[in-house]
Structures are given as C-alpha cells and as structure tokens.
Design a protein around this ligand. Structure first.
Ligand code: HEC
Ligand code: HEC
Ligand code: HEC
Ligand code: HEC
Ligand code: HEC
Length: 476
C-alpha cells in the first residue's frame, strides 16, 4: 500500500494533470501574480508614482495571469482526455487519503485564493487607475503634454480629467474607455491629429459634468475684475481697466450673464458655421411655455456650402467656458500677467514690447528658446549696456520667465502654437460673446442680440493710469 502513496511532487503533478502546459501556465500565472502584488504595493507609495507602473500592473500583467490560467485549465482538460484514452499517466489516481495529496491540494487552494484576491484588488485598482490623472495626462506624454501642462496651472488642478471629460455612470465609463482605446491606437500608429482637435465633440453635456460641482442656482451678484496692461513704451507704463462683471445667478430673477444664460426658464440652441464654432449663423431660444424665437445673420453672410454640415447644438457652460482647465494665452496677456505678478520686473526698459515681439516670433521652431534668450540679451547689450551691467540678474530672470511663458503655451511636437485654441469668455482677443451679441444677428421682428455695454459688465475704468474707482475702493 505504502509504496503506492505518491510523493509530494507527484501529488502536485496529479492534481495539475501531469503535463508541461499546465506547468508552464502555473509558472506564468504565478510570476505575474507575484509581480502584480509587488507593483500594486509599490504604486500605493507616492514616491513610485510613474504612470507606467500602473500600465504594467493593471493593464499588462493581468493579461499574462489570464493567459497562465488558460494554460492551466487547457492542460488539465488535456490530461483528463489522455487519461480517458488510457494513456500512460492514467494510472495516477488522485487519492485524498494520502497526506501528500491533501497537502498539495491545500497549497493549491491557498494559491488559488491568493490569486483571486490579487485579481480582485487589481480589477478595482485598475478601474480607479484608468480614471486617474497620471493615466489620462502622462501615459501618452507627448500627445497630452499641452493639455496636462495647462491643466496643472489651472483652477481645476484638483479636479480629475474624467470629472469633466467622462462624467459619472457606467455609460460614460464604457463610452470613454472605447474612445480611449481608439486614441491609444491612434497614438501607437501616430495618426492622432496634432494639435488635438477642439471642440471635443464627445464631451458630455455640462449638466453631467460642471454642474456636479458648480450648482447653477448658486452664482449671484457681481465680480470686480481689475486688468492691468503694460504699454509698449520705455517705462512699460501700466494702465488699468476695472470691470464690474454682472455674473448673476441662475433663476434668481436678477439681471446678469448667468441669470439669463443658465436660467431654467429657457434653452438656447445655436448653429455654428465652422468647426471651431467661432462663427455662428443662427440662434434659437426656446422658452418653457413652448414659444420660441430665432436670431439669424443676414442671408448672404454664410454660403450654403459653409452650412452644409452645420449641426445645431444646445448651448451650455462649455460654450462660454471652453477653456476652464486648458487655458492657453497670447503673448501680450502672458507678459502683462507676469509683469503684474512681479515675475518680470517692469523696471526693465521696453521689456513688455521686447517680450511680446520675441514670443510672437517663437512659433514652435527648433531653436526658439535659444533665440528668445539671444534676442533679449542682444537688445540690452546694444541699447542699455550700463543698465544690463548693473541689473544682470534682473534681466536673466526676465529671460527665464519669457522662456517659461513659451513653454506653457507652445508645444512644437503637437503643432500647438499661439492662438490655436480660442477662448470664448470675453470679446477682446477672440470673437467670444460677440459671436452672437452682435447687432448683425437679428430676429424676424428686427430685434438684435444685445450688445449694450452694460448688460454684461459696467466698465468702471478703461485703460487708466490711476483709476479713481480703485482709490475709492482703497486698492492700489
Ligand atoms: C474643469 C474641467 C476639465 C478638466 C479637469 C480637464 N479638462 Fe480637458 N477639456 C475641458 C474642456 C471644456 C475642453 C474643451 C472642450 C471644447 O471646447 O469642446 C477640454 C479639452 C481637452 C482636450 C482637447 C484639446 C483642447 O485643448 O481643447 C484634451 C486633449 C483634454 N482636454 C485633455 C485633458 C486631460 C489629459 C485632463 C487631465 C490632466 C483634462 N483634460 C482635464 C475640460 C476639462
Ligand atoms: C469636481 C468638481 C468640479 C468640476 C466637475 C468642475 N469644476 Fe470648476 N471649479 C472647481 C473648483 C474646486 C474650482 C476652484 C475654486 C477656487 O479656486 O476658488 C473651480 C473653479 C471654476 C471656475 C472659476 C475659475 C476662476 O478663474 O476663478 C470656473 C469658471 C469653473 N470652475 C468652470 C467649470 C466648468 C465650465 C466646468 C465643466 C467643464 C467645471 N468648472 C467643472 C470644481 C469643479
Ligand atoms: C454666456 C456665457 C456663460 C455661460 C453659458 C456660463 N458662464 Fe460661467 N461665467 C461667464 C462669465 C463671463 C464669467 C465671469 C468670468 C470672469 O470672472 O472672468 C463667469 C463666471 C463663472 C464662474 C466664477 C464665478 C465667480 O463668482 O467668480 C463659475 C464657477 C462659472 N462661471 C461656472 C459656470 C457653469 C458651471 C456654467 C454652466 C452651468 C456657466 N458658468 C455658464 C459666462 C458664462
Ligand atoms: C450662441 C449665441 C450666444 C453667445 C455665444 C452668447 N450669448 Fe448671451 N445671449 C444670447 C441670446 C440669444 C440672448 C437673448 C437676447 C435677447 O433676448 O435679447 C442672450 C442674452 C444675454 C444676456 C441677457 C441680456 C439681457 O438683456 O438681460 C447676457 C447678460 C448675456 N447674454 C451675456 C453673454 C456673455 C457674457 C457671453 C460671452 C461669454 C454671451 N452672452 C455669449 C446668445 C448668446
Ligand atoms: C455679451 C456680454 C458683453 C457685452 C455686450 C460687452 N462685453 Fe465687454 N466683456 C465681456 C466679458 C465676458 C469680458 C471678459 C471679462 C474677463 O476678462 O473675464 C469683457 C471684457 C471687456 C473689457 C476688458 C478687456 C480686456 O481684457 O482688456 C473691456 C474694456 C470691455 N469688455 C468693454 C466693452 C464695451 C466697450 C462694450 C460695449 C461695446 C462691451 N464690452 C460689451 C462681456 C461683454
């Protein structure tokens, strides 16, 4: 009797069907489980947060585990068939009376339980991971660099990409993952458009995204905005514009931007005449009582050819706030902001003019950064050698900031340069509000969409050196 009892290893072989396929599957599965477990633990620590760790742990290794398990199962089935056909290892009978068999079965059970445990964690962590900012923003580094860079400087840095791009719910998750697969393929095959196209036609309506955090009824009142601009003269003299923006609140009955535009009492639909939605051919307002009215541009403004593919769209937050998170600016705006914030010292003669000129010339060429530095240095060497000698550090840090401005707005690898993504919030640099609030757009009874300067804001000061209103408010 005793001599028939299998040794520990033989017992193993018996359970696993005694064939190389199962063995191979076991090794592959075992290796990937242990690796996943290890990487999973590593990715929990902040210091090891390379985005690729997650790709390996949650997207590559699980496939190997499934492959390994597949081999194991096929191997077992294969061995059983051989046994039925009476082939050599058919004598081996699993006998749970043998302690070695029991021990092997217990080990087998523990390994299976551990594998299932790791798989459960990996499935959960994987689902969390594909929704994470590192996955969306850093895995396809070059492609997402512009959006990720701008996002990192935006008020929404703490908001995950998926909260605006995907929205909640299973449908959003599945749709976005399908779209994501297409994008990964496009990146791998290098067929993705550069720059990535905007507007994003697959974006969920703002009701499902923005309004989860920004409750439309909540905005009320006015917002004071002071805009400082520096002139092109030697002293970069600053001028201030002071606006009282009538933001207003949805549904409060107050007058204002949000009061009208996100009021629950009517919906606005518009028909853009171009892909970037920068020219608008028709606006339709539908009131809750069923009445509606339409504003149109003059018949001949757009050719039928231009309007052939035009699709009407329901206006929401994103039609004004189209850059809430990826805010690319223009050279003059960036220079003004950096100078107002003191990152570039306004005492440097002509720095505003020079900065705007060098930035405007740097459109994405190979040596742009070097050229910025060369041009600025050359200017002060030639025109202000004494100033430069005394203020070398001041000029150097201005050069560094001008280069930083370039790096956060121009991304040569993605063909993204100044002004590619217009900002619709305003009307100074891009058409923005004036796409509709333009006297040329009229209803059949001759009414136009208002362009009265006071409906959106009160201009309290306009390009003034020392606005009286700011003194009154006690601001400098
Ligand atoms: C606060 C909301 C918000 C967050 C957070 C956000 N986005 Fe966006 N994103 C938008 C909007 C709005 C657009 C432009 C949509 C439009 O005009 O149709 C956009 C556009 C894009 C585009 C298209 C190109 C472009 O610049 O318009 C890409 C790519 C993109 N986002 C990637 C990301 C990535 C990656 C993250 C996370 C690192 C992220 N977004 C986080 C709101 C957001
Ligand atoms: C997950 C929550 C969340 C979502 C979703 C979200 N936001 Fe925000 N939003 C915030 C937070 C937090 C701030 C920052 C508030 C602050 O800095 O005072 C903010 C700030 C803003 C601001 C003010 C920025 C400024 O310069 O003061 C605007 C405008 C804005 N969001 C628009 C949007 C739009 C449009 C969307 C949808 C595309 C959106 N948000 C989606 C949380 C969110
Ligand atoms: C008709 C255009 C328009 C629409 C539509 C619109 N907004 Fe605004 N919103 C503005 C303007 C203009 C401002 C003021 C911008 C500034 O302060 O520079 C503003 C300001 C804000 C602010 C900052 C508020 C504050 O008190 O500082 C938030 C947050 C915001 N909007 C979110 C939203 C959300 C969410 C939606 C959709 C439900 C929305 N907006 C729809 C034009 C719009
Ligand atoms: C797609 C077209 C469109 C765009 C773009 C648009 N609006 Fe409007 N807006 C309208 C229409 C239509 C009305 C209703 C006009 C009327 O009834 O006279 C309106 C009304 C308003 C009103 C209320 C006017 C009143 O008399 O009370 C304000 C304020 C306003 N818009 C602000 C803005 C701001 C700010 C922007 C840019 C950030 C903007 N709108 C962009 C179409 C638009
Ligand atoms: C439909 C709404 C609307 C109307 C009408 C409107 N504006 Fe504006 N205006 C805005 C918004 C929104 C901004 C941008 C505020 C910001 O910077 O966030 C702005 C900004 C400005 C600025 C500051 C621009 C800058 O960056 O220096 C000036 C000046 C200005 N408007 C003047 C006017 C004058 C003059 C009129 C009348 C012809 C007018 N606006 C009509 C919505 C409007």
């Amino acid at each position: 009797m005793d001599s028939k009892k299998p040794g520990y290893m033989t017992a193993w072989m018996m359970i696993f069907g005694h064939n190389w396929l199962t063995l191979l599957g076991g090794v592959i599965g075992g290796f990937s489980t242990v690796l996943m477990f290890g990487l999973g633990i590593m990715s929990l620590t902040e210091s090891a947060s390379s985005p690729y760790l997650g790709v390996v742990a949650y997207m590559v290794l699980p496939n190997f585990l499934v492959l390994g398990l597949g081999f194991v199962i096929i191997g077992i089935l294969w061995a059983r068939r051989r046994r039925h056909k009476g082939q050599p290892d058919s004598q081996l009978v699993i006998d749970f009376n043998s302690p070695n068999t029991r021990r092997a079965a217990l080990t087998c059970f523990i390994i299976t339980a551990f594998t299932l445990f790791v798989m459960a964690i990996v499935t959960y962590e994987g689902a969390v991971y594909v929704d994470s900012v590192p996955f969306c923003g850093k895995v396809c580094h070059t492609v997402m660099e512009p959006e990720y860079t701008a996002y990192s400087l935006s008020p929404h840095l703490r908001v995950k990409c998926v909260e605006c791009h995907v929205g909640p719910g299973m449908q959003g998750f599945v749709e976005s993952k399908l779209a994501g697969l297409k994008q990964v393929a496009a990146v791998a095959l290098n067929t993705c458009p550069r720059p990535i196209e905007s507007p994003v036609t697959t974006l969920r309506p703002a009701r499902d995204t923005c309004e989860h955090c920004h409750w439309p009824e909540k905005f009320t009142g006015d917002r004071l905005k002071v805009i400082t601009k520096f002139q092109d003269d030697e002293t970069n003299s600053p001028l201030k514009t002071v606006l009282l923006l009538h933001i207003g609140g949805g549904g409060t009955g107050q007058k204002g931007i949000h009061s009208w535009h996100i009021s629950p009492k009517h919906q606005t639909y518009y028909t853009p005449a171009d892909r970037k939605r920068q020219s608008i051919a028709r606006v339709r307002v539908v009131n809750n009582d069923g009445t509606e009215f339409t504003f149109k541009t003059p018949e001949d403004k757009f050719t039928p050819e231009q309007l052939k593919d035009a699709k009407e769209r329901r206006m929401d937050c994103i039609d004004c706030h189209n850059r809430p998170s990826h805010i690319f600016k223009l050279p003059a705006t960036e220079m003004d902001l950096s100078m107002a914030a003191g990152r570039i010292n306004p005492k440097i003669p002509y720095i505003k003019k020079l900065g705007v000129e060098t930035l405007t010339d740097a459109k994405g060429g190979e040596h742009d950064l070097q050229q910025i530095s060369d041009k600025v240095s050359a200017f002060y060497n030639e025109k202000y050698p004494d100033f430069l000698k005394e203020n070398k550090a001041m000029v150097d840090s201005a050069i560094a900031e001008i280069q930083a401005i370039y790096k956060r707005n121009v991304f040569p690898k993605m063909n993204l340069t100044w002004g590619v993504h217009p900002n619709n919030l305003g009307h100074e640099l891009f058409p923005g509000c004036f796409r509709c609030h333009d006297d040329s757009m009229q209803s059949s009874d001759g009414k136009s969409v208002g362009q009265d300067c006071t409906i959106c804001h009160t201009v309290l000061a306009w390009d003034e050196a020392d606005p009286e209103i700011l003194q009154k408010l006690g601001q400098q």
